[in-house]
Write a protein that binds this ligand. Structure first.
Ligand code: NAP
Length: 306
């Protein structure tokens, strides 16, 4: 009997890739306000904030694992509507953590590098002090604590890119599409992150489920890269024209304050699972390989012939 996985935000970048990639290995269901169609996946369209309906769905599906991806992910929007950000990113996570405790389901919460102030040298590790500077970061940091109250809970801090099921662009797709149109990009040379391709993250999450990994882990690329260098890497690997200008985040007026050094150390998860994880540069090569293999089109077909 396959084990069951329930995914909130199943039509999003991470949720849809998890559902598509793991659909043969697990019995997958989930919820999102956007429809998606993936073979053998039971997705309900609805709001995750309808707590009664969400509870009924989860009780009906009786998942062994709940992967919580739904969130208000736009940092600037979180500053504009902080109450909504706290409701979706914190209150909902607490509700799900309590429910998972009640039904003995392992909760996997997708958190963020935005929990750090980003002013330390080197990579942020799991022991680096959490000091969020944005509403988004504060809501995620508070939500992490609710999930970690259950010793079976897993909090995954990450930063992702990849191919979307829906017609929206992840960081990688946006760079690729803009340069394909030979347009100009201004990219920060002084903002570092540790982006991991959603496909690689999905396989690592599957290992975490199989090996019952609990606690707090950074699951991100090995090492960090500036946004500028990441864009240059995508341009090089895909062989694209277009212009990438160097820019500084210091000259940009964000609505939400940005963490300058979002780079994270993934040593703990590599050692726990005995695996290697791509560097940002290796991830881009894998991103291109997936493109060459027709993965984006296959994902959008969701396992159906047409
Ligand atoms: N993308 C990154 O680089 C990154 C970095 C660090 C952490 N994370 C975390 O990783 C997780 C997954 O990120 P992602 O990039 O996959 O995000 P995403 O593509 O925005 O996926 C989230 C999904 O949840 C849906 N959703 C939001 N509010 C909802 C509601 N009230 N009811 C039902 N569905 C709702 C969204 O719909 P709409 O699109 O209509 O809002 C979207 O389909 C998030 O928790 C995010 O905070 C992401």
């Amino acid at each position: 009997m396959k084990r069951a996985v329930f995914i909130t935000g199943i039509a999003g970048l991470l949720g849809s890739n998890i559902a598509y990639i793991l659909r043969d290995r697990y019995r997958i269901s989930g919820i999102d306000r956007n429809p998606i169609r993936i073979k053998d996946v039971n997705n309900r369209v609805g709001s995750v904030l309808d707590y009664d309906a969400l509870r009924s769905m989860i009780l009906q599906d009786r998942p062994d694992y709940l992967i919580h991806c739904a969130a208000l992910v736009n940092l600037d929007r979180c500053e504009e509507v902080p109450d909504e950000a706290w409701e979706l990113n914190y209150q909902l996570t607490k509700f799900l953590a309590d429910l998972c405790g009640e039904i003995h389901c392992k909760m996997i919460f997708i958190s963020s590098d935005a929990v750090f102030a980003g002013n330390v040298a080197g990579l942020n590790s799991e022991t680096t002090a959490v000091a969020p500077i944005s509403v988004y970061g504060k809501t995620k940091a508070a939500a992490e604590q609710e999930v970690l109250k259950d010793p079976r809970g897993l909090v995954v801090r990450t930063n992702i890119y990849g191919y979307n099921f829906r017609d929206k662009s992840s960081f990688g797709e946006w760079i690729k599409n803009t340069l394909e149109s030979q347009l100009e990009l201004n990219m920060f040379t002084d903002l570092w992150f540790s982006p991991i391709l959603v496909n690689e993250l999905t396989e690592i999450l599957a290992m975490c489920m199989e090996q019952d990994v609990s606690g707090l882990y950074h699951i991100c690329s090995t090492g960090s890269i500036s946004k500028y260098d990441m864009a240059v890497e995508i341009q090089k690997v895909f062989g694209l024209l277009g212009t990438i200008n160097k820019a500084s985040m210091k000259h940009f007026a964000f609505k939400a304050p940005r963490t300058q050094n979002m780079g994270m150390d993934n040593t703990a998860i590599r050692e726990r699972l005995g695996i290697s994880i791509d560097t940002p540069e290796e991830g881009v090569v894998r991103f291109k390989k997936l493109w060459d293999e027709g993965y984006p089109k296959q994902l959008k077909k969701g396992g159906y012939d047409e």
